[in-house]
Design a protein around this ligand. Structure first.
Ligand SMILES: Nc1ncnc2c1ncn2[C@@H]1O[C@H](COP(=O)(O)OP(=O)(O)OP(=O)(O)O)[C@@H](O)[C@H]1O
Length: 474
């Protein structure tokens, strides 16, 4: 069997040398790098099984490249090895996916023992277990093959068995509800119900009645015994969507139920056991809410038995294309239209966009485009929602200066020996910049005056005056 490859990324030459020797004696193939740049180059070229990563390196902070390292096709395990204990750094390392955070003062035996454990886990994961788990996971139409979504699915496969409470986090539209369903459908509770409570829409006054149910005659209008959502979820999964929106008074009620696992419907004589698996989702930062006193720490502790974080779409390399294909086929099929194809310019434009509304925003854009192209076989840029196209174009033509840097070639370049006055120089630069902007604007809007005026923020008369001044044809 080939030895496993380990990279030591540390600018301390003595440490590099000592650790390399110890690793080689322990049967590993050890490689060394001393800067972030060198380290990244090596992990991109070679399939490493593990990387020892120092925090303070000459060209930056080691913690910042953890996602890059674990995003490589070989998914190396990252062990942070540092000379400066830093609790915040340690927490950041682990939440970024590092295997462990150890100090250089630990003995070499302890350092190697940490690596051995990581490699045992890796062999098991790669050899059999996890790969099978993810392959056999019912994905519930979760589309995507990016390393980021694959890691999320691995997490789902880890959490789904058993009955631990799971908190699903991620920006709006990233697929938290889809993920909660995947946890349910891959869990021992799969044959039971999946009951959703939309916490943002739970009126405080009737929350207890909705959650616990009520007995007939408890209040005017209570004409029959009614089962609450908690009892309806018995034997299955209770999904608390937008859990961060739960009013504090309702948080208290929930906590009691989770502690006692018993429910007494309003006006009922007897308590009833309620046995559900809890999955909650939020796009808010519960820790910040706890600090602000708007979320109970004891409830957070109960709902966060395990956690799954969904990556934003802009960080999921290659998934935009797969999602577009998936939803194009779905929408055409649902409406009985011929399948559509999507031009590479359209895919490129969609991949360029940031997707603040994540997959939900993409689904709407594809539905719009397929509907607009229902009589055609090809989706063109003009079929995309106009607001989306405008944002894509605006981003493309935002002057570099607005993006925070100076435009290229902004340094002063003398035409000849003589120095112009500042005003002459300024006029020249401004007229070059305006001409470049106008030409790009017109090219991007296909020559549309209306769109160009909208995007540029210029009045129509000013826009025409500038075209005339620079002799630009629209
Ligand atoms: N990976 C994915 N593959 C396919 N469809 C997805 C994926 N992720 C999300 N979607 C789709 O995007 C839409 C939004 O997903 P979902 O409602 O699960 O997001 P959410 O994170 O719960 O949003 P919110 O925080 O706003 O409630 C749904 O139509 C869902 O089917």
């Amino acid at each position: 069997m080939n030895p496993q490859n380990v990279l030591i990324l540390d600018d301390d030459g003595d440490m590099n040398y000592a650790l390399c020797r110890v690793l080689q004696n322990a049967g590993y193939a050890a490689h060394a790098a001393t800067t972030l740049g060198q380290g990244l180059e090596q992990v991109r070229k070679k399939n490493f099984d593990a990387v020892f990563l120092d925090v303070r390196l000459p060209d930056g902070n080691g913690l910042s490249i953890i996602p890059d390292i674990i995003g490589q096709p070989s998914h190396p395990e990252v062990i942070i090895i540092t000379g400066n204990s830093d609790p915040d750094g340690a927490e950041l390392a682990i939440t970024s996916g590092a295997w462990d955070y150890i100090e250089k003062t630990d003995s070499m035996t302890e350092i190697i023992a940490t690596l051995d454990r990581a490699m045992d886990y890796r062999r098991e994961r790669l050899g059999t277990k996890k790969v099978r788990q993810v392959q056999s996971l019912r994905r519930e139409h979760i589309v995507g093959e990016s390393p980021q979504i694959v890691r999320t699915l691995e997490r789902v496969a880890q959490c789904a068995p058993g009955d631990v409470s799971v908190l699903v986090t991620g920006e709006t539209g990233t697929g938290k509800e889809l993920c909660a369903k995947a946890i349910h459908n891959n869990s021992p509770q799969a044959s039971g119900p999946f009951i959703t409570v939309d916490c943002a829409a739970l009126p405080e006054q009737i929350a207890e009645s909705l959650l616990f149910g009520h007995a007939r005659g408890t209040f005017t209008g209570a004409v029959r015994d009614t089962q609450g959502l908690l009892l309806q979820a018995s034997g299955g999964t209770l999904f608390l969507d937008e859990v961060g929106e739960l009013p504090l008074s309702v948080q208290k009620i929930f906590l009691r139920v989770l502690q006692e696992r018993m429910v007494r419907p309003l006006g009922a004589k007897k308590e009833q056991p309620c046995d559900f698996r809890l999955v909650a989702a939020t796009n808010r930062n519960l820790d910040e809410m706890i600090s602000a006193g708007t979320f109970r720490p004891d409830l957070a502790f109960r709902i966060r038995g395990a956690s799954v974080e969904l990556p934003p779409l802009r960080n999921r390399e290659g998934d935009v294309h797969l999602l577009v294909e998936h939803y194009m086929a779905l929408v055409a099929d649902r409406n009985g239209w011929d399948p559509k194809e999507c031009g590479s310019d359209v895919i490129a434009a969609l991949e360029e966009y940031d997707w603040p509304g994540n997959v939900r925003e993409l689904v709407h854009a594809v539905e719009f485009a397929v509907t607009a192209a229902r009589h055609e076989s090809q989706i063109y840029l003009k079929h995309l929602p106009p607001e989306l196209r405008a944002k894509i174009v605006r981003k493309r033509i935002t002057p570099d200066a607005e993006k925070g840097g100076l435009p290229k070639n902004f340094e002063y370049v003398a035409d000849d020996e003589s120095i112009p006055t500042m005003q002459e120089h300024r006029n020249k630069v401004v007229s070059q910049a305006e001409q470049g902007y106008l030409k790009h604007l017109l090219a991007s809007t296909g020559g549309s005056i209306k769109r160009s005026v909208e995007l540029s923020g210029l009045s129509q008369s000013r826009f025409y005056a500038l075209l005339k001044k620079y002799k630009i044809k629209s």
